[in-house]
Design a protein around this ligand. Sequence first.
Ligand code: SF4
Length: 317
Amino acid sequence: MTSRTVAAPGSATLVTPLAAKPTPDAASLARVRRHPPSSNALLAWYEPRRHAYPWRRRPTPYRVLVSEVMLQQTQAARVVPAFERFVASFPSVRSLAAAPAADVLRVWDGLGYNRRALALSHAAREIAVRHGGRVPRDAAALRSLPGVGPYTADAVAAIAFGEPVVAADVNVLRVTARAILGSDPSEVSRADVARAAAEWLNGSDPSAWNQALMDLGREVCRPAPRCGICPIAATCGFVRAGAPRAAGRRRAQPPFQGSMRQVRGAVVGALRRRPSMSVRALSHETGHPEDRVREAVRAMRREGLVAVRGRSVRLPN
Ligand code: SF4
């Protein structure tokens, strides 16, 4: 029998059978699949958000690509000032391609996950050389760019070029699994959810549709769903299945404090301020032990995030 893990108050983790979940009304769910939640209601909810972010106000392929890479692991509110700063420094693919990677990493300051900046810099160089400086429209060409996985490629294709594809990130998959399949995404196969998302896609405006789903998943249909303010609650399969009461557990994030990610971020931060430093000086500057800094530098050197000559560590060109 399939089971799920739950934590009981004041006890260790327990395993209970899935039968504890309210049984979906099969006929009702079949109806949801035949008549999915109204895309009009979702698009009407999205309408005032069409211009909520700078990349939406002028969605050129380059700006959409930059924003999607930034949004991969950072909240939209934090991305806004970083995005404005970035496109002011590098307003086009060609300007980004021509910039030393060290400059790109400096302008990336405040966003974290610095490998994204390096990948974006490499992607711009590839676009300049292989695609004449124009972000490619073709999904396969997009996916071949450094740092551009299937999700980012589909997001750029849909948002920048209006291609009828679904950018299936974790938020979009969660909304689709719940609204169409009446289940939490952990209870259904990814392939089934992706198929349901493709069927549900409103092809008249793929850009708005994808961004509406992303917003809904981020702000309303969160791991703990806020069905009371959801624009599609009246026709949502998850609501019909009686499941929202059972949802809402979040996986704990690994702690940032003391992590290698923290050490790496501190090293890149120090190198943004000075042209080069030794491992010892980096340790002194960042407050992290020398052996941890050395380990971080070794890993980042392999990834091309820092360059090392003799004892001197610096950002790459
Ligand atoms: S009604 Fe609830 S479960 Fe359904 S899409 Fe909205 S927030 Fe998610």
